[in-house]
Design a binder for this molecule. Structure first.
Ligand SMILES: [Zn+2]
Length: 192
């Protein structure tokens, strides 16, 4: 088993007044380091845009404004769509009760709710984690697959320098060319 994620995202104390909450998207992407707050999938190998989730759903907001940065989470479409307006306490100030509800993904406690198999599959560790796991559908294969793609990407990066030192036409003419195309492709994906 391995930790659920390498780093807990930290939301800056941004108090800039904006017209609509989507104006915060670039700042959120920075704070979440391009990862979904809930599943930790990086946003490079996505098929659809990442979105903005209201941690406390809009319908339960009383004192928090829907544009308040402190209540926003950078989220993949899968987690955002799965979470929807689930908020069992019905109270904006009570995030969870009796092992039902959510923990803010910027809270270190969030990391204690889950762990990963060596394949990257997410596993719940607590009763509250189990509740979030099924509400967020963290069992979906895409989370394991994206984790594996990122691991492969990191491994390829580590291999790059080693490959350059090997004097072989196959490596120089084919593998390194393929590698450059792959890098170019992922760069375009991340910029699109
Ligand atoms: Zn997600």
């Amino acid at each position: 088993m391995i930790p659920f994620r390498k780093e807990t995202p930290k939301r800056r104390d941004i108090v800039t007044v904006v017209n609509k909450y989507s104006d915060h998207k670039d700042e959120l992407k920075k704070d979440y380091k391009c990862r979904c707050g809930y599943c930790d999938d990086i946003d490079i190998w996505r098929t659809v845009w990442y979105e903005i989730d209201h941690f406390v759903p809009q319908r339960y907001l009383r004192t928090i404004k829907d544009t308040d940065y402190s209540n926003l989470v950078y989220a993949c479409r899968s987690c955002n769509n799965s979470k929807r307006a689930h908020w069992p306490t019905g109270d904006e100030s009570v995030h969870h009760k009796n092992d039902e509800g959510f923990i803010d993904p910027c809270d270190d406690e969030y990391d204690k709710q889950f762990i990963r198999c060596t394949s990257g599959r997410i596993v719940h560790q607590t009763q509250l984690g189990k509740w979030m796991y099924y509400k967020l559908k963290l069992h979906k294969p895409q989370h394991e697959i994206i984790w594996q793609i990122e691991e492969t990407y990191n491994l390829i990066n580590e291999c790059k320098e080693v490959l350059k030192t090997i004097d072989s036409p196959i490596i120089k003419d084919r593998l390194l060319v393929l590698y450059e195309k792959y890098l170019d492709y992922t760069l375009k994906l991340s910029e699109s």
